[in-house]
Design a protein around this ligand. Structure first.
Ligand SMILES: Cc1cc2nc3c(=O)[nH]c(=O)nc-3n(C[C@H](O)[C@H](O)[C@H](O)COP(=O)(O)O)c2cc1C
Length: 212
């Protein structure tokens, strides 16, 4: 029988103990991450690991400020409050001992270029890119990372929410690789005691159809 425990044991953890994650452990999680599939094996990911507490705190401040600024768009106080209510999910990484910033470069789709040069319509080209293959590969890599972290006894959380501040975050971190942009972040560390249980799933029959 296959052992799928790590899949069922994984949950999003947003509170961490003040315990460092050894670099070797993070590297092991990253080794798992890069085993993920990617479109045409382009391995379009790049990971930046932050363990500096001051930097992590500064990142959380940047996200909070950006979130508040975006919230000024809301026309009513009620809408602004709803917008602000999710901020805690975008800054929960501030207490994590390590944060992995996941960058991606666009998927280089050779047939897209060829069809475009041959005058394909926007409709055809839009269908080609609609699977957002680069983002899907990032998702696969992040999930591998999360599963490895779980198996190794760590808590983690996959986040895209904080990336609305990507311009400022990228500037602060100073990682520069042409054509790469911040796609998601992962917080990782030893989970605080009694973190919330994993959320229940929709029943399988609601989300699965067999076509025989
Ligand atoms: C693409 C993606 C983006 C997410 N972004 C955030 C985020 O910004 N902040 C956060 O706290 N959780 C984020 N999550 C975690 C989800 O909220 C979480 O997976 C979901 O509520 C189910 O809970 P579970 O992971 O404990 O099973 C994200 C998950 C995914 C897959």
């Amino acid at each position: 029988m296959a052992n799928l425990d790590m899949i069922y044991n994984r949950k999003s953890v947003r509170k961490f103990k003040d315990v460092e994650v050894p670099k070797e452990d993070i590297l092991k999680m990253l080794e798992a991450a890069i085993e993920a599939p990617s479109p045409k094996h382009q391995q379009n990911w790049n990971f930046v690991v932050i363990t500096n507490k001051e930097l992590i705190n500064k990142m959380a401040e940047i996200v909070a400020t950006s979130h508040e600024k975006i919230g000024e768009i809301a026309k009513t106080e009620k809408d602004r409050k709803i917008h602000m209510s999710v901020l805690k999910y975008y800054t929960s990484f501030k207490n994590a001992p390590a944060v992995v910033m996941v960058y991606s470069k666009p998927y280089d789709m050779i047939e897209y270029k060829i069809l475009k040069e041959n005058g394909a319509t926007k409709e055809v080209l839009d269908v080609l890119v609609s699977p957002q293959s680069a983002a899907q590969a990032i998702g696969a890599a992040v999930e591998n990372f999360l599963l490895a972290a779980t198996e190794m006894g760590y808590g983690s959380c996959y986040m895209t929410g904080p990336t609305h501040a990507k311009a400022e975050l990228e500037k602060l971190i100073g990682f520069e690789k042409p054509n790469y942009e911040l796609m998601s972040m992962i917080s990782v560390g030893i989970a605080e005691d009694n973190t919330p249980e994993k959320l229940p799933r929709k029943p399988l029959q609601e989300v699965v159809t067999f076509v025989d």
